[in-house]
Design a protein around this ligand. Structure first.
Ligand SMILES: Cc1cc2nc3c(=O)[nH]c(=O)nc-3n(C[C@H](O)[C@H](O)[C@H](O)COP(=O)(O)O)c2cc1C
Length: 162
């Protein structure tokens, strides 16, 4: 059984991408879920991982030991959020060669190409491979704050590709 680590990076209390990640967690059953709303991640300042706190070093190990990752994030300004970029800046060396999936929330799916920025960063920095389909959802894809059946099915296909 592959070990999948889900990383929810939106800091919004009403995050839609967190709801996508929750749905992925329910489908995977054994996945580990990291929710950045519950952690305090500093800005990357270029120091070695050994010089960060024990909590950050443990997180590094969890990511390193994963077979595959799924990133939950908001699309901000036609790209990934600064929070996700900072997370990659600190943990990219733990992500080497892994496959990763995407659960992104947007105001409009017209911004879906923002996910290409994540593919580029992960490929160049970590030699990591993004799987298709990616999940990009806007407000029309949620019913009572839960992902629609169509989106749940897309999450299932994304997981199968991991
Ligand atoms: C600073 C900021 C920039 C945003 N930029 C975009 C954008 O470029 N394209 C888009 O479709 N939505 C944009 N949005 C809307 C968010 O993607 C949308 O609210 C999404 O649900 C946020 O994800 P979350 O609910 O998981 O936090 C932006 C929102 C904020 C706060």
């Amino acid at each position: 059984m592959k070990k999948v680590v889900l990383i929810s990076t939106s800091l919004s209390a009403t995050s839609k991408s967190a709801s996508l990640i929750q749905s992925a967690a329910e489908q995977l059953k054994t996945a580990e879920l990291i929710d950045l709303r519950q952690l305090s991640i500093p800005f990357c300042d270029g120091r070695k991982i050994e010089d960060y706190s024990k909590e950050i070093q443990l997180l590094f190990k969890t990511i390193e030991e994963a077979d595959a990752l799924v990133f939950g994030f908001p699309i901000y300004c036609y790209s990934i959020s600064g929070v996700l970029k900072n997370f990659i800046d600190i943990f990219s060396h733990a992500m080497n060669g892994k496959r990763f999936g995407i659960c992104a929330a947007a105001g409009s799916k017209l911004s879906y190409l923002a996910i290409a920025d994540l593919h580029k960063i992960m490929q160049f920095q970590s030699n990591a491979i993004g799987v298709h389909p990616a999940v990009v959802a806007d407000y029309t894809d949620f019913e009572n704050d839960k992902p629609s059946l169509d989106i749940k099915e897309r999450i299932q296909r994304m997981i199968a590709e991991l």
